[in-house]
Design a binder for this molecule. Structure first.
Ligand SMILES: Cc1cc2nc3c(=O)[nH]c(=O)nc-3n(C[C@H](O)[C@H](O)[C@H](O)COP(=O)(O)O)c2cc1C
Length: 389
């Protein structure tokens, strides 16, 4: 069943950015209702919000319904996000003031166990005001999640801290608050993704067609589930909400894993089996190489097998097997030979560089779970359900 997100918008120059956030939540099947402070009516249009959210917009504290509006909205919401939240509303909520519908809902909501998230946006002077800072700290200490503002160009014309966090970050952090299982907070998930990059000289390299999408989606899904996530990747990632470490070669990837703690490791990267014997510090010249180039290659270490050799009793390692044919046998052999706990078997044709996938999860006890064709995000969710149950 889709979850209910209540969004509160206060009067800030950044308020218009929430149009995009509402669209994002609606596009991914969340129910959205919006409360505006009376002052926010100066900054956003209720008609636009009603059209995007497919719900009426709530402003009035006193309306002619049988049940008090602020309690109905509190009960309806699985999560209450106030974005942007003004210095004024932060201070009112901290003091328990309930002089409009939004602050009344916030007051009642703070007493519930449900997630309240705030994303402040304001001029740098307001944000650095000691009373505003103290109030944000008070909210943090009372289980309110704060999505910190960013540094950058502010609407007042100055550079500084106070810009509303990126809409993608607000979206991802809200989903974590809604979906997380708090017992996962202390569990560390390490994911690797992308094809390793093995240099030939300072401009050329050997790699493969891995897109890194399966690993990225595993990391994102694990983040939403509340895990402490780190992604080690060879791919560019745009502002992910979890920790990422950029690496290039198989040796760098191995080193990065060896220096990371984990309870669960998902090796979704495509490690090149070979690397060039030598790496030229300068670009090799075609004129000097002649008509044919022979590369001498050295075998890379088997990264997942190396890690699995020294794994502790409580660590769970999941490998991936990609093959054109005889996939299940190939996966079963890898599972056994590399001392893995699970292996995900996926076919070259359906998996490589695609947005969707179809996989079979095989456990070391021999249990097999087939997951039918779906988006890589949904496949990732199901893999986590099986492996991290
Ligand atoms: C053009 C303009 C932009 C404003 N932007 C912000 C802002 O980004 N953050 C903020 O805290 N206050 C901002 N304010 C001040 C608030 O609108 C003012 O404090 C108001 O009382 C807040 O009301 P509310 O919290 O009930 O929405 C702005 C005011 C104006 C006129």
């Amino acid at each position: 069943m889709s979850k209910n997100i209540l969004i509160g918008i206060t009067s800030s120059i950044a308020s218009y950015k929430i149009y995009d956030l509402i669209r994002k939540f609606k596009k991914t099947d969340y129910n959205v209702k919006v409360i505006l402070t009376p002052n926010a009516l100066e900054f956003v249009s209720p008609i636009v919000i009603e059209t995007l959210s497919k719900n009426e917009v709530y402003v009035e504290q006193y309306c002619k319904r049988s049940n008090p509006e602020h309690i109905c909205l509190c009960d309806w919401a699985d999560c209450f996000l106030i974005a942007p939240i003004s210095a004024n509303t932060i201070s009112k909520i901290t003091a328990g003031i309930c002089d409009n519908l939004l602050t009344s809902v916030a007051c009642a909501y703070l007493g519930s166990q449900k997630p309240l998230i705030i994303a402040p946006a304001m001029n740098e002077g307001m944000y650095l005001n000691p009373f505003v800072k103290e109030n944000i700290e008070k909210l943090k200490n009372n289980n309110v999640s704060i999505i910190d503002p960013q540094k950058g160009y502010l609407a007042c014309g100055a550079e500084g801290i106070g810009r509303l966090a990126d809409i993608d970050i607000i979206y991802q952090k809200t989903l974590r608050e809604i979906h997380q299982n708090k017992k996962n907070n202390s569990k560390k998930i390490l994911v690797t993704s992308g094809g390793t990059i093995e240099a030939i000289d300072n401009v050329r390299y050997i790699t493969n067609f891995s897109s890194g999408k399966m690993g990225y989606n595993l990391a994102l899904s694990a983040y939403y589930n509340g895990f402490d996530v780190k992604l080690i990747t060879t791919c560019d990632t745009q502002n992910p909400p979890f920790i990422t470490q950029q690496v290039k070669s198989a040796l760098e990837m191995l080193n990065a894993i060896q220096n990371s703690e984990f309870d669960y490791l998902f090796m979704a990267s495509a490690v090149c089996d070979y690397r060039s014997n030598t790496v030229s510090a300068k670009k090799l010249k075609k004129e000097e190489l002649g008509k044919k180039l022979t590369l001498n290659l050295t075998q890379n270490p088997d990264v997942v097998a190396t890690i699995a050799k020294s794994k502790t009793k409580n660590q769970i390692i999941t490998g991936f097997c990609l093959a054109d044919d005889d996939l299940i046998n190939c996966a079963k052999n890898k599972l056994k030979n590399k001392n893995l706990d699970y292996i995900i078997a996926n076919d070259v044709q359906t998996a490589l560089n695609k947005d969707e996938n179809e996989v079979t999860i095989i456990s070391k006890s021999g249990k097999m779970v087939n997951i039918k064709k779906d988006t890589k995000f949904n496949i990732a969710k199901k893999i986590l359900e099986v492996v991290c149950d």
